[in-house]
Write a protein that binds this ligand. Structure first.
Ligand code: HAM
Length: 419
């Protein structure tokens, strides 16, 4: 469909196959995260624009170029959430759950919106599963959160993922690092950097380190390493987090260029990447944000969290495990349709899934519909079967078929209640 009513670029419709993958991720999250004490939180899609500007940072690409921002009828500037963390912090603050001495663990799932150039694995409306642990600066919180993320990804059977980690230091040690990074960047030929990085050199030099432009990337690789400049406290924090993970046999790749695209991070940062989804490699990303709650008006409450990109995970998930309907039932005459209708209901009551054909077409077209349904068995009710109190069951995988009493269908289709 083109023109007036066409789907917006970067926005996707999700039919059953894709939805089933999303449901699998959501139920894995709802199974695994509560084991770590995380409870589900649902926050609004719309927030005040200032919340994102203040938390994500005015110099980030997300705030500068990617937000869906508009004025509502009351003249307020509103933004469709580009990520969940800011809204979660706001919600916890308003609910009195972001307080010193109190540990709050929440997870959220849902759509996020960023006005990016769409490509495989990069959408303007995308979905995240997001976890936040508020109220502790313990390295155990970081390690536990990362174990939880890996356990979640493991349950989805996604092969070939790599955990990359870095430390961004803290307010005590990062300024000195920024000075040496700036000094390094100042010595470069400005024209060798992309236009964005020429600006970032002055406004947000850290972001030069993770620029995707080839020339910038090559220059960033020779930049001073953050981990060589962190203070003793940050160094010990990072050491303990990585030791705890290594003791759980987690492989870690230290990535000195991993600085993340949002300004609220400090200390631990991490990403889980795959090399199987084109250039959009990060399937999850997160880190520690100890200054964020204070930045949006709360007390000094530390936190650590991550978000997974559901579209990117879906690209890596195996579709084979998706449930197919058990049956597709066809009545060969209008008079027999009420019987087919009743039989379908009985089978569903017994826990089977299936659909009925409403058509009167010829056998060829009816069988095409049955194949299209993806059902494991096609049940055909014609006059001759009906006169004997039987029904034809066709195995769609191998084409074999038999005439059997309706009562034997549950056994033939694979047992009793499947719910
Ligand atoms: P983020 O790295 O911006 O972090 O996004 C997390 C994940 O969301 C990415 O790794 C990616 O899988 C997915 N993602 C991001 N943008 C898109 C897009 N346009 N299309 C498809 N997928 C996308 C955050 O959002 C932080 N709030 C994570 C966090 C939570 N940090 C602490 N707590």
């Amino acid at each position: 469909m083109s023109g007036e009513f066409a789907r917006l670029k970067g926005f996707a419709d999700m039919f059953a196959d894709q939805s089933a993958l999303f449901t699998r991720m959501e139920s894995a999250a709802r199974t695994i995260f509560p084991r770590y004490g995380f409870g589900e939180l649902r926050t609004p899609i719309l927030e005040r624009t200032g919340l994102f500007q203040r938390s994500i940072g005015t110099e980030t690409d997300v705030v500068q170029k990617e937000m869906f921002t508009f004025e509502d009828r009351g003249g307020r500037s509103l933004t469709m959430r580009p990520e969940a963390t800011a809204g979660v912090m706001r919600a916890c603050l308003e609910a009195g759950l972001a307080k010193p001495g109190l540990v709050t663990r929440v997870f959220t799932m849902g759509p996020m919106f960023r006005y990016e150039r769409p490509q495989k694995g990069r959408m303007r409306q995308f979905h995240q599963i997001n976890c936040e642990c508020l109220g502790s600066d313990s390295p155990y919180a970081d390690a536990e959160l990362i174990c939880m993320l890996l356990s979640f990804l493991d349950s989805l059977h996604i092969p070939g993922l790599v955990l990359k980690m870095n430390s961004l230091g803290c307010v005590a040690c990062r300024p000195a690092y920024m000075d040496s990074l700036k000094a390094y960047l100042m010595e470069l030929d400005r024209d060798a950097l992309c236009e964005d990085c020429r600006r970032r050199m002055d406004t947000n030099p850290l972001r030069v380190l993770d620029c995707k432009n080839g020339a910038c990337h090559a220059l960033a690789q020779a930049a001073p390493h953050l981990l060589d400049h962190v203070c003793d406290n940050c160094g010990e924090h990072f050491q303990l987090v990585t030791d705890l993970l290594k003791n759980r046999n987690v492989d870690i790749v230290i990535d000195h260029l991993l600085v993340r695209g949002l300004d609220y991070y400090m200390r631990t940062t991490f990403e889980v990447a795959s090399n199987q989804i084109g250039s959009q490699t990060a399937v999850a990303g997160g880190g520690r944000y100890d200054g964020l709650v204070a930045q949006i008006g709360g007390q000094a409450v530390p936190g650590v969290g991550f978000a997974c990109g559901m579209e990117r995970l879906a690209l890596l998930m195996d579709e084979d495990g998706l449930a197919k309907p058990d049956f597709h039932i066809i009545a060969l005459s209008t008079q027999l349709r009420p019987k087919a209708f009743a039989l379908a209901e009985e089978l569903r009551d017994g826990g089977f899934s299936g659909e009925m054909s409403y058509s009167d077409g010829g056998m060829k077209s009816l069988m095409r519909q049955a194949a299209h349904s993806g059902a494991r068995f096609c049940l055909i009710l014609g006059d001759s079967e009906d006169s004997r109190g039987e029904i034809t069951i066709r195995n769609m995988a191998d084409g074999t078929q038999n005439c059997v009493p309706a009562s034997s269908l549950p056994g033939m289709m694979g047992g009793g209640d499947r719910q």
